[in-house]
Design a protein around this ligand. Sequence first.
Ligand code: ZN
Ligand code: ZN
Length: 333
Amino acid sequence: MKALVYTQPNEVQLLDRPEPQLEPGEVVLEIEAVGICGSDMHAYHGHDPRRKPGLILGHEFCGKIVQSAAPGFSVGQRVTGNPLITCGTCDYCVQGRDNLCSHRTMVGMTRPGAFAQKMSIPAASLVDIPQDMPALHAALTEPAATALHAINLSMRAMTRPLPENRTLILGGGAIGMLAALLLKSYGCRHTVLAEVNPLRRASAQTHAQVSTYDPRETQPEENGFDYVIDAVGSKITREAALRAIKPGGVVMHIGLQDWASEIDMRKLTLAEITLMGTYTYSTADLRATVALLRDGVFGDLSWVSSMSLADGPRAFSELDSGALASSKVVLVP
Ligand SMILES: [Zn+2]
Ligand SMILES: [Zn+2]
């Protein structure tokens, strides 16, 4: 089969790879669509020690079952899935916080990913989709669930209902964009998004009706926002988030571009700021997200672009150079 293989830093190549073998309790999927994630870009840059050259990346997939060794999953069924392979029995798994599973592994990291014509995955990771859902929409389940999980966690720390918050989103990548779309559907009318790429700013204005600014030219209003989502996660954005947040506000840290930072602990303490981290999604979040995508809660998703798997090397380099207006590229094998 053809697969897009991460061969060395800043290079992915379309190569022939052996087809995945069917193992007990697993299925083999024919991949219909697979999104390029920020974490795939991070690996592509050689910045992820867990993802080594020779690996097939990709974990935001939609596919059709072509072989099944798992009861309840039949050939021909279309599915998406949880790329985190979890144990189902540790304390976190039984609490429904399976994203924190003590024994988790991941497709596109510890086993071959979905930038390929076929991929195997344990059936326990599969998530049902409406059988007529477009593959491109189903492939967005994983990043959309990341935004959903983060916003759900944030709401636990808010004093006032979400729509009453004045919100700042730092970063107009796919997660920032999906968060903006979800906030819009929840009735939030005061959302500002910071993004350096003018194409992405325009896309966020058009599709999520947020106001935007270029953080290289403008600083967010100090103490101006009840809720800040850092969808970049760099030293600079963390400083901006802590500056922009109002006393009593909530800062949600989603991205993780770098992690060394001094935090303004004086403001955090004296102003009762809640600073939270979030990692991925639970299986329950993925199921909820499929329903939201089906209901059009994330809009028509026309800002997502699709390319063939063979064009994968070009997709990576264009995402890297910022040449694309779209913050999400979905590859179609
Ligand atoms: Zn992802
Ligand atoms: Zn577990």
